[in-house]
Design a binder for this molecule. Structure first.
Ligand code: B12
Length: 445
C-alpha cells in the first residue's frame, strides 16, 4: 500500500485584532515562525512503526487547512491533529474518504474524543500509536470495517525500545528545527494541561544513547540542526539529566526544551546543560502572584510551592547562560484585571529573556474542561477551533470576556514591542557577560 502521513501545520488564532498585532510585533513573529515549521514527531514515530513492504510519504497540510493533491494517491492516510485544527482535519478526512482513500486518525484530541472522530475516519486510535499502528495498517490492507483501536488493548509502548523516527521522510523540506523526545509524560498534573492527562502513562525517560542515536539520524540530513525536545518536562530526574547533557556535549548542538523550575536547584546540572548547548528552557510559571497558583497542579501543589523561589530560580538559570522563556496563563480563576500589569512588572523585575502569554484554554479531556463545563462557563462547547491558546471560549471568574481579550492585546503590545524585547534581552546579555568576566577572573586567580 501507499501510506501517507499528513500533519496539520502552522499555528492557529482567530482574534482578528490579536492577529493583526502578531504580524507586527518582533518577539511574537520570531517564535511563530520557529514553531510553525516543526514536523510532526508523532507521525514520524508511526512511520517507523509501519510493517515493512509499504511505500511511505510524509505530507503537511497547508496553513489554510487544504491538503496537497498528492495525498489522494495514497491507499491509507494517517492524520495527526491537535484540537485547534481538528475541524480542518475532519474536512480533509471526509474529502479523502469520498475519494476512496482510507483514513486513520489519532493524537491528543482524538484520544479525548474518539466518538467524534469516528464520524470522519475509518480507523480511530486512542492513546500512543506505536504498538497499535501495525494493526491499523493490517486492517486497511484487509479492507476491514471501520473501528476504534485503543492502545490499552496492546502492550504498553516501551520507551526503552523506541525506533528512530523516520526523519528521512522529511527529505529536503525547509525545516530549520527538528523535534526529538527524551522523555514522555510529566509527574505533575496541572488542571489545564492537555498533554499527559490524556495518554495516561507515567513519566518515562528514554535511554540517553537512543536520544543521541535519533539526533544522529537528523544530523545525516542537516549538519547543524537546532533541536527542540518535544518533552513536557525534561529534567525531573537530575542524575539522568546530567547523563543526557554529558552525552550531548560532544555533538556541539544548540537545543531548547520544556522543563519545570526545579532545574534551578542543581548548579552542576545547569553548567552541564549550558556546556551541552541548551540555549533556552521554557518554564510554565503560569502566574506572577501566588494565590491563583493554589491547586493548579493537582498532585502536590507544585506551582504554588515554588512561587517564592520563582525570581531567584530564574536568575540562577539565566546566570548559567541559559535563557528562560517564562509562560504565563491569563485568566486563571484568581486573576482580575490587574493581572496584565502584574505580568509586565514581573517580567521587568526578573529580566526574563523571553515571555509567552496565553489565555486559559479548556482542552477536551482535561480536568479544566470538565470543571468549566460543570460550572456552565464554557461559552460554546465543542468549538475546538478556539482551542488556540489565544482565543477566549470561557467565562473568566475575575473579569469579563471582553476585559480578558483587551488585556491580552494590551499585554501583547507591551511585551513584544521592540523596546520591551530589546530591553529584556539586553539585560540578560549584560548580566551574563558580567558574570562570565567575574568567573574568568576567579578562574585566573
Ligand atoms: C512540539 C509541539 C508542537 C509543534 C507541533 C509540530 C507538529 N506538527 O506536531 C508546534 C510548535 C508546531 C506546535 C503547535 C501547536 N501546538 Co503544540 N505542542 C507540542 C508538544 C510540546 C509536543 C508534541 C509532540 O511532538 N509530542 C510527541 C509525539 C510523539 O506525541 P504525539 O504527537 O502525541 O503522538 C503520539 C500519539 O498522540 C499518537 N498519535 C498522534 N497522531 C496520530 C495519528 C494516528 C493516525 C495515530 C494512529 C496515532 C497518532 O501516536 C503518537 C506516538 O505515540 C506538545 C506537548 C505534548 N507533550 O504533546 C504541545 C501541544 C500538543 N500543543 C498544543 C497546542 C495547543 C498547539 C497549537 C494549537 C497552538 C496554536 N495556537 O497554534 C499549535 C497547533 C499547531 C499545529 N498546526 O499542529 C497543545 C495541544 C492540546 C490539544 N488538545 O490540542 C499541547 C498538548 C500543549 C499543551 N499542553 O497545551 N506544537
Amino acid at each position: 500500500m501507499k501510506i501517507g502521513f499528513l500533519a496539520m501545520s502552522g499555528i492557529r488564532a482567530h482574534d482578528p485584532e490579536l492577529l493583526e498585532l502578531g504580524l507586527t510585533l518582533p518577539g511574537f513573529v520570531e517564535r511563530s515562525k520557529a514553531i510553525a515549521s516543526l514536523p510532526s514527531l508523532g507521525l514520524l514515530y508511526l512511520a517507523a512503526a509501519t510493517p515493512a513492504g509499504h511505500d511511505l510519504e510524509y505530507f503537511e497540510a497547508e496553513a489554510d487547512g487544504k491538503e496537497p493533491a498528492a495525498v489522494y494517491d495514497c491507499d491509507l492516510v494517517a492524520i495527526s491533529t491537535f484540537s485547534a485544527q481538528v475541524f480542518e482535519a475532519y474536512a480533509i478526512a471526509d474529502r479523502l474518504r469520498l475519494a476512496g482513500v482510507k483514513v486513520a486518525m489519532g493524537g491528543l484530541h482524538v484520544t479525548a474524543l474518539p466518538a467524534e472522530a469516528f464520524a470522519h475516519a475509518d480507523y480511530v486510535v486512542v492513546g500512543e500509536g506505536e504498538n497499535v499502528w501495525p494493526e491499523v495498517v493490517r486492517a486497511a490492507e484487509r479492507e476491514a470495517p471501520a473501528r476504534t483501536f485503543s492502545a490499552k488493548m496492546y502492550p504498553a509502548v516501551d520507551v526503552m525500545r523506541l525506533p528512530v523516527p523516520r526523519y528521512d521522510l522529511l527529505g529536503d523540506r525547509p525545516y530549520n528545527r527538528f523535534t526529538v523526545q527524551t522523555t514522555r509524560g510529566c509527574p505533575w498534573r496541572c488542571e489545564f494541561c492537555a498533554s499527559n492527562v490524556m495518554l495516561g502513562q507515567p513519566y518515562r525517560k528514554r535511554p540517553v544513547w537512543d536520544v543521541i542515536r535519533d539526533i544522529g539520524a537528523i544530523q545525516q540530513m542537516r549538519e547543524r540542526p537546532f533541536i527542540e525536545f518535544a518533552d513536557d518536562n525534561t529534567f525531573v530526574d537530575k542524575t539522568w539529566g546530567k547523563q543526557l547533557c554529558r552525552a550531548l556535549a560532544p555533538l556541539r548542538l544548540k537545543w531548547f526544551t520544556e522543563t519545570d523550575i526545579s532545574v534551578a536547584e542543581d548548579a552542576e546540572l545547569l553548567d552541564l546543560m549550558h556546556a551541552a548547548g541548551c540555549r533556552q528552557v521554557l518554564i510554565g510559571l503560569e502566574s506572577p502572584a501566588r494565590e491563583p497558583l493554589h491547586g493548579l497542579e493537582m498532585n502536590r501543589d507544585f506551582k504554588a510551592r515554588w512561587f517564592d523561589r520563582y525570581a531567584s530560580a530564574i536568575a540562577r538559570i539565566q546566570a548559567h547562560g541559559i535563557t528562560v522563556n517564562g509562560c504565563f496563563i491569563l485568566g486563571l480563576d484568581g486573576h482580575d484585571t490587574g493581572i496584565f500589569e502584574q505580568v509586565l512588572d514581573f517580567t521587568r523585575q526578573v529580566s526574563l529573556y523571553d515571555v509567552q502569554i496565553t489565555v486559559l484554554t479548556a482542552f477536551p479531556g482535561t480536568p479544566l474542561y470538565a470543571r468549566l463545563l460543570r460550572e456552565g462557563r464554557v461559552i460554546e462547547p465543542g468549538r475546538w477551533d478556539l482551542c488556540t491558546l489565544f482565543d477566549v471560549n470561557y467565562r473568566p471568574r475575575g473579569m469579563s470576556v471582553a476585559e480578558l481579550q483587551s488585556g491580552m492585546r494590551w499585554l501583547t503590545t507591551e511585551l513584544y514591542s521592540d523596546e520591551c524585547t530589546t530591553d529584556r534581552r539586553g539585560k540578560f546579555f549584560q548580566e551574563w557577560r558580567a558574570r562570565s568576566t567575574i568567573h574568568a577572573e576567579a578562574m585566573a586567580v
